[in-house]
Write a protein that binds this ligand. Structure first.
Ligand code: PEP
Length: 251
């Protein structure tokens, strides 16, 4: 049985005061939740403040990105050791905005995933097709190439720890959600690919989140799908009310 995981990707939003107010509200609203893993992923400058604010609660800390090296002359980059030091459990890797604006490739994301795992951080590996690719009928090809590239060389144990986030690029921040059928189809395809690459045991263990305009009013239907094990939430994770409702999708 896979435990659902719902994570908020704050992207480049909120200041220290707003972020502490947000997690203070979330702690209050989500105090009794034990059947869902909850994470918030603030910008790097807020990790420590948010980490302190959620210490001892059922909300875990995640980062939005990470570099492949432990330390050294890499101006502007943040290492896995720094993320651990700030109290992170998760790190989002290969978000479509990083692929699009910072030219991140599957090979680079793969390197980051291996590094994160070697330090005990759990990677949330993002994949997803653009609108042009969906309309060209190549969604399955695109997403399988991304998954294969990003998980290449991982051991079965490492793979089991990873979370994959399927985020159709055309649904991110646009208000357009993939239909539950479209989402489930890709999730099932990713799981069968993991079975082929690793084993059925691995495929059944890996949690696959859906991301792309997830809101309180569409989360339950998405979560009811067999292969959807959680959500990566952007815009709706910036407000206590909407993120709390999403986490409590079970009612
Ligand atoms: C995201 O940033 O990963 C995302 C899914 O954003 P939104 O929920 O705003 O579409």
């Amino acid at each position: 049985m896979r435990k659902p995981i719902i994570a908020g990707n704050w992207k480049m939003n909120l200041n220290a005061q707003e972020s502490v107010a947000l997690v203070t509200g979330l702690k209050r609203e989500l105090a009794g939740v034990t059947d869902v893993e909850i994470a918030v992923c603030p910008p790097a400058t807020l990790l420590t403040a948010v980490g302190s604010a959620i210490a001892g609660s059922n909300i875990a800390l995640g980062a939005q990105n990470m570099y492949t090296q432990d330390s050294g002359a890499f101006t502007g980059e943040i290492s896995p050791l720094m993320l651990l030091d700030a109290g992170c459990t998760y790190v989002i890797l290969g978000h479509s905005e990083r692929r699009q604006y910072f030219n991140e490739t599957d090979a680079f994301i793969n390197e980051k995933a291996k590094k994160a795992l070697s330090h005990g951080l759990i990677p949330i590996i993002c994949v997803g097709e653009t609108l042009e690719q969906r309309e060209a009928g190549i969604t399955a090809d695109v997403v399988s190439t991304q998954v294969k590239g990003c998980v290449a060389g991982l051991s079965a144990d490492e793979m089991k720890k990873c979370v994959i986030a399927y985020e159709p690029v055309w649904a991110i921040g646009t208000g357009k959600t993939a239909t539950t059928k479209q989402a489930q189809e890709v999730h099932a395809m990713i799981r069968s690919l993991l079975k082929k690459i690793f084993s059925d045991n691995v495929a059944q263990a890996v949690r696959i989140q859906y991301g792309g305009s997830v809101k309180p009013d569409n989360v339950s239907e998405l979560m009811a799908q067999e292969d959807i094990d959680g959500a990566l939430v952007g815009g709706a994770s910036l407000k206590v009310d909407s993120f709390a409702k999403i986490v409590k999708f079970n009612g």
